[in-house]
Design a protein around this ligand. Structure first.
Ligand SMILES: [Zn+2]
Length: 219
């Protein structure tokens, strides 16, 4: 599968590292676009992506100024159409203004990427889970095999995990969140997502099967 992920900050990608690494091991392609990050944090992000098995790109937009990324709308559409994702993972639409902005800009780009005869409709859109947990997840993926990769990816973000006054909060949190989500599906570790569907607003969308049989309903 082709999976594209849109995240606000270097280290947010750790929240979907189980899914991405699973896809990598299965021969799939992962592409993570991170909206913010100075030179140092961009280098940490790239290292993390190498560990996960993803291509990582940092747009370098300043934190709390993500709205500037709206000017990249056309580039994001082209990127989506070129990459042809089966799944898009979006930044959580949680409390953080950068997260909310990336969620909305990415969702808009996926919508407009799907329009017209050259459109690409991404069939599954997932919202990842940050420290603001999803109340009712739609999907919990068993990431027991991939869990250790999350720690290794997190370790790459030295500026975030070393010398912080709150000690090993991030590692603790990833561990306990993974265990909790795992316990909900009878696995050791899990990764939770909220599912979004792209609704039809007009006649902008190509008919992507065309078989005109009842199975069209699930494609
Ligand atoms: Zn973040």
């Amino acid at each position: 599968m082709n999976i594209i992920a849109f995240v606000a900050h270097p280290d947010d990608e750790v929240n979907c590292a189980g899914l991405l690494h699973k896809n990598f091991l299965e021969g799939g392609r992962n592409f993570v676009i991170c909206f913010t990050g100075n030179k140092k944090r961009a280098a940490e992000f790239k290292k993390s992506c190498d560990i996960i098995g993803a291509r990582g790109v940092v747009l370098g937009i300043p934190e709390f100024e993500i709205k500037q990324a709206q000017k990249l709308h056309k580039n994001l559409i082209e990127t989506i159409r070129d990459f042809k994702p089966d799944i898009a993972v979006l930044q959580a639409n949680d409390y953080h203004p950068d997260h909310k902005a990336v969620f909305q800009i990415s969702l808009n780009a996926l919508e407009f990427a799907s329009h017209g005869k050259n459109g690409w409709l991404t069939k599954k859109i997932l919202e990842l889970e940050t420290s603001a947990m999803i109340t009712y997840p739609d999907i919990i993926l068993d990431v027991t095999e991939e869990h250790s990769i999350k720690f290794r990816a997190l370790e790459a973000h030295k500026t975030q995990v070393e010398g912080k006054s709150f000690g090993n909060y991030y590692f603790d949190y990833i561990e306990h969140k993974g265990r909790l989500r795992g316990s909900m599906i009878g696995a050791k570790y899990g990764e939770a997502y909220k599912l979004h569907t792209q609704t039809i607003k007009g006649n902008f969308y190509p008919h992507f099967c065309g078989c005109n049989k009842a199975c069209d309903i699930i494609k």
